[in-house]
Ligand binder design. Structure first.
Ligand SMILES: *Cc1c(COP(=O)(O)O)cnc(C)c1O
Length: 360
């Protein structure tokens, strides 16, 4: 039975990459040992790391104005790192809130710096919606403006990029990095935990404008210090070597398969199939306004919540796993990152149709 894994994270990875990792698990590059067992300062590892960064730079078209860092601590590590590195004078950190993750970033930020948060959710009548970027009332004074382009739990995606005339724009791209084309120059700091579209957990990608490394910020642990990490080639301490290696393999795989433009088309096709089915069904619903529906995380609700447990167990029987919604929002959620094939979506829709018929 083919299993389709809809987990929100750690999420499914391209089977081709997993097979390659398996094949070279015990003997990486003919060294007779695993990539996990070599020094991060050994030549083959350093060569891998260099190519990994070059590959990501090509995929995202990242200019030399930016450092690319491979850090520890996942997305949440950056919730702390951002204010610690970017805090400036009396200016507050400005946080845009449109869901559970951006709210988490705000709360963490408030431990370290003065925070001004802007709630841009405009839910009404059970419909989830957001204010368009052009209507956000961003304060003139800000150390930085933080937002989350894809709210993984709420299923809300912001497709436009905010602008500020002096404060850097910081984006938590944990659940949408490499899923669609973006212009990196529109941002000043991008971060993403790896475990959704990139590789195993434990690694976090940080793309930071070099000029920001000159800020004093606040006293902080060296492992969260962008300038130190940049200077040390992301090896101030032992990096998560296996996760880094697997990320490099995923980047290689993406480059060999049409890069981000191809992924975007693939993701748009999958999301359209699933949302269209949900919208035409009387049995299922999605509560997010159409203009801000996530391409990566599709929450949906059954008409009758008492069928949730049965839906999940029946789905699992046919190989459709990890569809349970986040405990904070309930219902179901299909996370359909880059690695999810169109066939996975078709199998899910076929199952949903059958289940709806049987329980109508
Ligand atoms: C998953 C996720 C995180 C958290 O990442 P951790 O690696 O668990 O710290 C942060 N932000 C967003 C938007 C996420 O989807």
């Amino acid at each position: 039975m083919t299993v389709y894994n809809f987990c929100a994270g750690p999420a499914m990875l391209p089977p081709e990459v997993m097979k390659k990792a398996q094949a070279e698990f015990l003997n990486w590059q003919g060294l007779g040992v695993s990539v996990m067992e070599v020094s991060h300062r050994a030549k083959p590892f350093l060569a891998m790391v260099e190519e990994c960064e070059a590959s990501l730079r090509r995929l995202m078209n990242i200019s030399d104005d930016f450092e690319v860092l491979f850090m520890h601590g996942g997305g949440r590590g950056q919730f702390a790192a951002v204010p610690l590195n970017l805090h400036q004078g009396d200016a507050p950190g400005v946080y845009i809130e449109n869901g559970i993750w951006s709210n988490g970033a705000t709360k963490e930020g408030a431990k370290f710096t003065q925070v001004e948060s802007l709630n841009i959710r405009t839910d009404n009548n059970g419909q989830f919606d957001i204010q368009p970027v052009t209507q956000w009332n961003l304060p003139e004074q800000a150390s930085f403006v933080h937002y989350c382009p894809n709210e993984t739990i709420d299923g809300i995606e912001i497709f436009d990029v905010p602008k500020h005339n002096n404060a850097p724009i910081v984006a938590d791209m944990s659940s949408m990095i490499l899923s669609r084309e973006i212009n990196v120059d529109d941002f000043d700091l991008i971060y993403a935990g790896a475990q959704k579209n990139i590789g195993p957990s434990g690694l976090c990608i940080v793309i930071v404008r070099k000029t920001l490394l000159e800020r004093d910020g606040l006293p902080r642990p060296a492992i969260l210090d962008y300038a130190i990490e940049a200077k040390q080639g992301s090896m101030y301490n032992t990096p998560p070597t296996f996760a880094w290696y697997l990320a490099a393999e995923v980047f290689k795989y993406l480059e060999a398969n049409g890069g981000v433009p191809k992924m975007q088309a693939h993701n748009q096709e999958k999301a359209a199939l699933l949302y269209d089915y949900i919208d035409t069904s009387e049995f299922y619903s999605n509560k997010v306004a159409k203009h801000c529906r996530s391409l990566m995380n599709v929450p949906f609700w059954l008409r009758d919540d008492s069928l949730n447990a049965l839906f999940l167990s029946e789905a699992e029987k046919v190989g459709l796993v990890a569809l349970e919604g986040h405990r904070l929002v309930g219902g179901m959620r299909a996370s359909i990152y880059n690695a999810m094939p169109v066939d996975g979506i078709k199998a899910l829709i076929a199952f949903m149709e059958k289940f709806a018929k049987e329980h109508n």
